[in-house]
Design a protein around this ligand. Structure first.
Ligand code: AFD
Ligand code: MN
Ligand code: MN
Length: 432
């Protein structure tokens, strides 16, 4: 492993120095503009420096659709190569220090080795994800007709045990949360009994919940369709909320931005979950039609900003126990996954910093006076401010690069990896 290519810190410094003059000019201009609005740019840089979003291990591989997957060269072939890529992303953007693992895809042979490898690269582990939406070789029962909600108790038991194993692995690697997303549902009216399926799911989740350590959280991820097309068992935030409430204090709702019906007001859902203390975390991505898993902020950046507007409002108002886990969950089908993940991480930081620019007194005053024009203008003033110099300065101060994509391309990282990682035959369609 020691001979594997990494980007040298000197190289990053050299790339940054080429940008220094322009960054200084842009910074100065933004600083002046913000001071006019009584905003201290230094505070925002600190905020940006402290912001972090976790990388999904499955995101560094080229994704695919149910039609095909077009692998890129030099893509990671196993968990260690995935972690190498995650480390590179964080080295450049410095806001992605944690990795979210998916079991069994990332199941390590030696947990100790995995921990050392990760720690040596300055990474840690975020929520661990279970997988009962797919059959594995040597698996006794099939999940074709469901897992935690299946009619057959033996199948439910197998799915429960898999989740318990995920918790055990998570404990060893330092995760503090388990994310459960099930593909359970139906394709035909009448295929399943709605009430019985949810009862079975809850019974299974109660057993999983009992094994969740006291300092952990259990995240329930809902999704309104796919792979089941007529109904899913955990279909919306309401069902997710009810289940989290039924299970207890360690259970929370996870909001994947792509898992809602079209045009649903996601920022309002976020506000509701904050209000009732059940917002556990996010899977960030963007979508136009459904669970498209496009890059965060690529299609609806204003929606992303509005979500962060709710989050920052809760942060500033010190909502008790407000601590959502931020993770990406995307499928990179036509781009270099490293470039997509870096861009997405930067867009999420952008929305976070912009949300900190909202003049909250002015907004509240407008709301109380029913002055809709001023209310929207107050949000737009923040949203249309180009905070790029703040993000670039924060990255640089944390040891990263001013221009992640440019630096990455100039480093020839992918070409180097293509030499180190000859393509594997047989990797075909599917999510990863
Ligand atoms: C699903 C969900 C969930 C799951 C992933 C698997 O978003 O997060 O773990 O895809 O690739 O749609
Ligand atoms: Mn997700
Ligand atoms: Mn999804």
């Amino acid at each position: 492993m020691s001979t594997n290519f990494t980007i040298a810190d000197d190289f990053i410094a050299e790339q940054n120095s080429k940008k220094a003059d322009y960054l200084a000019e842009d910074y100065e201009y933004l600083d002046k503009k913000l001071r006019r609005r009584n905003i201290q740019i230094e505070n925002l840089i600190e905020k940006a420096q402290g912001f972090d979003v976790a990388i999904p291990s499955w995101g560094v591989g080229t994704g695919g659709t149910r039609f095909a997957r077009f692998p890129g060269s030099g893509e990671p072939r196993g968990i260690y190569e995935k972690l190498e890529d995650c480390a590179t992303i964080n080295q450049l953007v410095r806001s992605t220090s944690a990795v979210s693992l998916h079991i069994p895809w990332d199941k390590p042979e030696s947990v100790e080795e995995l921990k050392n490898f990760t720690a040596a690269r300055g990474l840690s582990f975020d929520a661990i994800n279970s997988n009962t939406f797919q059959d594995q070789v040597d698996q006794k029962h099939s999940y074709k007709y469901g897992s935690l909600s299946h009619e057959n108790p033996a199948i439910r038991q197998q799915a429960i045990e898999h989740n318990l194993e995920c918790i055990e692995i998570g404990k060893q690697i330092g995760s503090k949360a388990l994310t459960v997303w099930v593909g359970d549902g139906s394709n035909f009216a009448g295929q399943i009994n709605f009430r019985r399926a949810l009862e079975c799911y809850l019974d299974s989740m109660r057993e999983i919940y009992a094994a969740v350590p006291e300092d952990w959280r259990l995240f329930i991820e809902h999704k309104f369709y796919e792979p089941a097309f007529y109904s899913t068992v955990i279909n919306d935030w309401g069902t997710s909320y009810i289940c989290a409430k039924e299970l207890g204090e360690k259970a929370f709702c996870l909001v994947d931005l792509g898992h809602h019906a079209p045009n649903v007001n996601i920022e309002q859902i976020v506000a509701r979950l904050i209000q009732f203390r059940k917002l556990g975390g996010f899977h960030f991505n963007d979508s136009k039609y459904g669970d498209d898993d496009l890059d965060a902020g690529s299609i609806k950046p204003f929606q992303l900003f509005l979500v962060f507007n709710e989050l920052v409002d809760a942060e500033l108002k010190n909502v008790p126990n407000f601590n959502p886990a931020y993770m990406l969950d995307q499928s990179h089908n036509v781009t270099d996954p490293i470039e997509s993940l870096m861009t997405s991480a930067m867009e999420i930081s952008r929305a976070f910093v912009q949300a900190h620019l909202v003049d909250r007194e002015k907004l509240e005053d407008a709301q109380r006076k029913n002055d809709a024009i001023t209310a929207l203008a107050t949000l737009k003033e923040a949203f249309t401010t180009d905070v790029s110099p703040i993000l670039a300065t924060a990255r640089q101060k944390n040891g990263g690069t001013v221009s992640p994509i440019e630096t990455y391309r100039a480093s020839n990282y992918r070409a180097q990896k293509a030499k180190e990682r000859p393509a594997q035959i047989g990797i075909s369609a599917g999510i990863i």
